[in-house]
Design a protein around this ligand. Structure first.
Ligand code: AMP
Length: 402
């Protein structure tokens, strides 16, 4: 992807212009109230900038997974209200993202005012990337800003087709995300290390295959480390593993060797008979895992080794927990390494970029999210980027910038 071609609205005169912003307002809610406003807080500065420049701001987004028709439980209204609270300004709301309700709401906007339109996914045309639906959206704006990196891995009408119909620009959050990813993958300060954990090898094969070509060291933890250990003939008891992917694991080990990428596996583990909170647990060298027990976290020796490895690196990329972190005491390995990465970052010794749903939850639980250089809340799009794939929503903005 020719990322240097991406254009932002910097320097454009937007006074009086209707700016259609594709944001990610897909926040968690309960009983009609937003329970985590992180994503909305991130959207606010970009909207404020457009408002200061006199634009008429129309925010569009999907919300949840309605089945292609209106469904009140997936209405963006409560989210629009929360956004208004964060902005400290009124936010108009249109009960449909196209047609009469949207047109009326947009026509009533004055310079610097903000509107949110109802859930894009109330129309089948959104996920089908239909030009007609994109055309109905495009009528509402003079300029389009793509600012939802987390949906850029999908070619939908609001991420792809619309960029063929309006002058289109990359938004500030999308640029921030791409800059963070480029800083670890494209021209990082070396040595670089990736920490990859999570449940299964099978879901992250393309990630691992791409990363062994890019990073100097690859730390593997979590359930997926079990499959690597199993492939190397280590008996891991009843631990979660994917014997069908043992050969794949060995291929990745081989690829790492050929690329001079140091692959780091855990030497010891926290082991228990039951996968439940407070289960009696003990530390064993991985090869001594009792036959009737399972590995649920990396052990203290592994953590000490991982800490040494990241302390010797200048750039870190992290996806996936090192253990079953949701259940005490099996989060300790993840939390200890996260604290170390945070401390190194604070001391100016490390650039640290992390992402993925579980990873964000684990860093939040460790209380270190703010100390990382960048934490991405994009799940699928973040992983696809780590796989080295072209994201349609980013490709569309590059094409539109020509
Ligand atoms: P992923 O979505 O692939 O990043 O996987 C995250 C999940 O992996 C979390 O829910 C963890 O509880 C789980 N996990 C990590 N390590 C282990 C392990 N050793 N055994 C079982 N589950 C694990």
């Amino acid at each position: 992807m020719q990322l240097d071609r991406l254009k932002t609205t910097a320097g454009l005169d937007l006074k009086g212009k209707r700016v259609l912003v594709r944001a990610d307002l897909n926040v968690p809610t309960k009983d009609g109230k937003v329970t985590d406003a992180t994503r909305l807080e991130r959207v606010v500065p970009g909207i404020e900038d457009l408002a200061e420049r006199g634009a008429r701001i129309i925010v569009i987004s999907h919300f949840g997974r309605p089945k292609g028709g209106p469904d009140p439980q997936f209405s963006l209204k409560p989210v629009a209200d929360k956004l208004a609270e964060l902005l400290g300004e009124p936010v108009a709301f249109a009960s449909d993202c196209i047609g009469e309700p949207a047109a009326k709401t947009v026509a009533a906007l004055k310079d610097s005012e903000v509107a949110v339109l109802e859930n894009l996914r109330f129309h089948k045309g959104e996920e089908k990337n239909e030009p007609e639906f994109a055309g109905a959206l495009a009528k509402l704006g003079d300029v389009f800003v793509g600012d939802a990196f987390s949906t850029a891995h999908r070619a939908h009408a609001s991420t792809d087709a619309i960029t063929r119909l309006l002058p289109s620009y990359a938004g500030p959050l999308l640029m921030e995300e791409i800059d963070a990813l480029r800083s670890v993958l494209d021209n990082p300060v070396r040595p670089t290390v990736a920490v990859i954990g999570g449940a299964k090898v099978s879901t992250k094969i393309p990630v691992l295959t791409n990363l062994v070509e890019k990073v100097d060291k690859l730390i593997i933890g979590g359930g997926m480390a079990n499959t690597f250990l199993l492939a190397q003939g280590v008996a891991i008891g009843r631990s979660l593993a994917e014997p069908d992917f043992a050969k794949t694991a060995l291929d990745i080990v081989q690829a790492a060797r050929e690329r001079n990428c140091e692959l780091v596996l855990p030497a010891d583990a926290v082991v228990a008979a039951k996968f439940e909170a407070g289960a009696a647990s003990r530390v064993y060298p991985v090869a001594e895992t009792p036959a009737d027990q399972m590995i649920l976290d990396v052990g203290p020796k592994a953590v000490a080794h991982y800490k040494q490895v990241i302390a010797a690196c200048r750039t870190l990329l992290w996806n996936g927990p090192l253990g079953a972190f949701e259940i005490a005491p099996f989060g300790e390995g993840t939390f200890a390494l996260a604290r170390e990465a945070a401390a190194l970052t604070k001391a100016g010794k490390l650039t640290s970029v992390a992402g993925g749903g579980d990873t964000v939850a684990a860093l939040n639980a460790a209380g270190v999210t703010d100390a990382f250089s960048y934490v991405s809340t994009a799940g699928g799009a973040f992983l696809e980027w780590l796989e080295g794939r072209e994201l349609p929503g980013v490709a569309a903005l590059i094409r539109a910038a020509r």
